[in-house]
Design a protein around this ligand. Structure first.
Ligand code: ZN
Length: 403
């Protein structure tokens, strides 16, 4: 048994044992694919955005990501192995299983409608060494009826085949009408080139908090402080507003280098801009995505990891943006954790954030990590880790716009 096959078998036994534990979370937070993906991340911390099973057309268009291609042997076909089965060092040699029977049995699941989250290969077997039946467009509806490791057995157009579970979701990506920022229901997500995208970045907080109050949403009678103090580093001594600006300035450069237009809400600490005003600036500029950079704090110093946030599906102000925001939050969380190795916490759905409630454009809060965890705090204060975080966030933006 090759190293890779051993790993794969090991993964399967984990997956079989843990599938039940994970399905609850997956079902409500974007599908089994993400729960399997998080499982694979947990097992293979080396897994990265290199490990993708997109079709060659997508890979070739994603050359801005330095990790899109894992090796020359696999990149010829524009394919890398799935993230669950392989880290970037375990690319397929395309030599083993083609033409032989499957090494592992499918685990049958109740048939469920799923959608491809990117252009992806529909294959004859659960491995990149199997032939491609057809390349499916992003947003294609398939029926999943079994799992095999990190792969899903699906039916499409009367044919049975396999798709990497990383590229399936139980939610269809929403298309956003970029002139109004409103998500259009029931349509598939449409790719948007970086040069057509304006990304607004808000470095959370500011030098001096502002305890004056403002409504936490348009027309709301609930009042909240305009800008809270934020947390601070248990070991580094950094204030949250300092960390968020350091990261935001690096993120600006990274996104601009990938071709995006960027709007910075603040570039110094000496500002006084309320959370509602920050959202309005992003709205007025017609931002295609609004990234609110924050860091977390907890009474429990052992808590660490990344959380992204969006509104709930029943938010009274902008529930119409829920699908777009949740997708953005998911894409960034996944890519952030792949790039940094940070613990993947969860997507926090919350309706009392002024900076979200006032938004008319897709928004997510990125809680980079916990400044109350000394180890994570010190890591986040370093340039190296800040560049890793920024790469992960930018990869998530690429994923969201199909780049
Ligand atoms: Zn904050």
């Amino acid at each position: 048994m090759s190293k890779r096959k051993k790993f794969y078998a090991l993964f399967l036994s984990f997956a079989a044992a843990l599938t039940l534990t994970f399905t609850g979370c997956g079902a409500s937070k974007g599908g089994n694919s993400s729960s399997l993906a998080s499982l694979s991340n947990a097992i293979s911390s080396a897994s990265s955005s290199a490990a993708k099973e997109r079709s060659s057309s997508v890979n070739s268009g994603a050359s801005s990501s330095s990790e899109t291609q894992a090796s020359s042997s696999s990149s010829k076909a524009g394919q890398t192995t799935s993230s669950a089965a392989a880290s970037s060092s375990r690319t397929t040699s395309a030599s083993s299983s083609k033409g032989t029977s499957q090494k592992t049995a499918d685990i049958v699941v109740d048939p469920v409608k799923m959608y491809t989250t990117a252009a992806v290969n529909f294959r004859e077997g659960p491995d990149t060494s199997y032939g491609v039946i057809k390349k499916l467009e992003s947003g294609t509806e398939v029926t999943k009826n079994a799992e095999n490791g990190s792969w899903s057995r699906v039916e499409y157009d009367g044919k049975k085949g396999y798709i990497s579970s990383d590229y399936l979701s139980d939610k269809k990506k929403e298309k956003t009408d970029y002139s109004t920022g409103q998500a259009v229901s029931g349509t598939t997500f449409v790719k948007k080139a970086p040069s057509d995208c304006l990304i607004a970045i808000d470095a959370g907080h500011q030098g001096k908090a502002n305890s004056e109050k403002e409504p936490d949403g348009p027309g709301s009678s609930t009042m909240k402080a305009k800008v809270a103090t934020g947390t601070s580093g248990a070991a580094s001594g950094l204030a949250e507003y300092q960390l968020t600006l350091q990261v935001s300035l690096k993120l600006q450069k990274e996104l601009e280098s990938r071709g995006y237009k960027v709007l910075m809400i603040r570039t110094t600490h000496d500002v006084n801009i309320s959370n509602a005003e920050r959202a309005k600036i992003a709205n007025d500029a017609g931002a295609d995505a609004f990234l609110r950079i924050h860091a977390n704090g907890s009474d429990d110093p052992s808590v660490h990891g990344c959380i992204t946030a969006c509104q709930t599906a029943s938010n009274p102000y902008n529930a119409n943006l829920y699908n777009a925001c949740h997708t953005l939050a998911q894409d960034i969380l996944d890519c952030f954790c792949a790039a940094t190795g940070a613990k993947k916490q969860y997507i926090w759905e919350v309706d009392n954030m002024s900076g979200i409630n006032w938004c008319k454009v897709p928004v997510t809060i990125i809680e980079l990590g916990f400044m109350t965890n000394p180890e994570e705090d010190l890591k986040m204060a370093t340039d190296d880790y800040q560049y890793a975080m920024v790469k992960g966030i930018a990869d998530g933006v690429d994923a969201f716009f199909g780049n």
